[in-house]
Design a binder for this molecule. Structure first.
Ligand SMILES: CC(C)(COP(=O)(O)OP(=O)(O)OC[C@H]1O[C@@H](n2cnc3c(N)ncnc32)[C@H](O)[C@@H]1OP(=O)(O)O)[C@@H](O)C(=O)NCCC(=O)NCCS
Length: 214
């Protein structure tokens, strides 16, 4: 029923619009539809129809659809969908906009989304299901763990480490060699000058811990 280059887009919000635009220009895959909320079925995003919700993923796979791209900004939701798709056996596609600059020694894992104008410098490691968003700059030897979102315009100096599931808000700057924990949120426009633990909200210049997440 489906062809080997058919692809399902998971998520139908603003981030999905950018992902669809990139994939449509690259023409490697045929975008057959979007998975989103049930009440949005029949609507279109950039001309691509919303054809189902999460509960239908298994049936799409059974009918021969093998490729999926995760186009969801929220880290927890994106992580959950990643695990579901992996368990079902989907090929979770990585994408990189042609304007992104990616050094030859960068290690990119499955499901990465490298958005327009992003820069990844020598020996960076970007783990599964990460978004490096528009014009974010990740310098040499950084480690960005699973399910992170590095929002538009962030600047990570060399040797920064970001734990799994963390969001760096738009325009955040992180000084060289700083470690940021897992599942934390760094507010937009922050300057991170010292280590940030797991599961906190921190922001400001310099970034301070504002509260702990449960
Ligand atoms: C930090 C953040 C998570 C919200 O945290 P919060 O504690 O729930 O913040 P609130 O909205 O309740 O605001 C609380 C106070 O913090 C301030 N504040 C919020 N975000 C701030 C930030 N990034 N830097 C400095 N101050 C901030 C608010 O102005 C408010 O101040 P007030 O109490 O003096 O009025 C959010 O503001 C943020 O920056 N998110 C990142 C969004 C982003 O870049 N997403 C990527 C999209 S692609």
């Amino acid at each position: 029923m489906f062809h080997s280059n058919d692809l399902l887009v998971i998520g139908g919000g603003g981030h999905a619009k950018v992902i669809i635009d990139i994939l449509a220009q690259q023409k490697t895959f045929t975008l057959v539809g979007i998975i989103d909320r049930r009440d949005r079925m029949g609507q279109h995003l950039n001309g691509i129809p919303i054809i189902g919700d999460d509960s239908q993923l298994e049936s799409f796979f059974r009918n021969g659809l093998r490729n999926a791209v995760i186009a969801i900004g929220d880290n927890q939701r994106r992580a959950d969908l990643y695990e579901i798709l992996k368990k079902l056996g989907f090929n979770i596609v990585s994408i990189a906009h042609p304007s992104a600059v990616i050094a030859a020694t960068v290690h990119l894992s499955t499901g990465a989304a490298i958005m327009p104008g992003a820069v990844l410098n020598a020996d960076c490691m970007v783990k599964e299901n990460v978004i490096i968003n528009t014009k974010a700059s990740i310098d040499h030897d950084c480690r960005v763990m699973e399910h992170c979102h590095i929002a538009p315009g962030c600047t990570l100096a060399g040797g920064v480490s970001v734990g799994a599931g963390t969001l760096l808000g738009a325009g955040t700057t992180v000084l060289p060699g700083i470690d940021i924990g897992a599942w934390s949120i760094i507010g937009a426009g922050s300057v991170v000058v010292s280590a940030i633990p797991d599961r906190v909200v921190a922001y400001g210049v310099p970034a301070r811990i504002i509260r702990h997440l449960d």
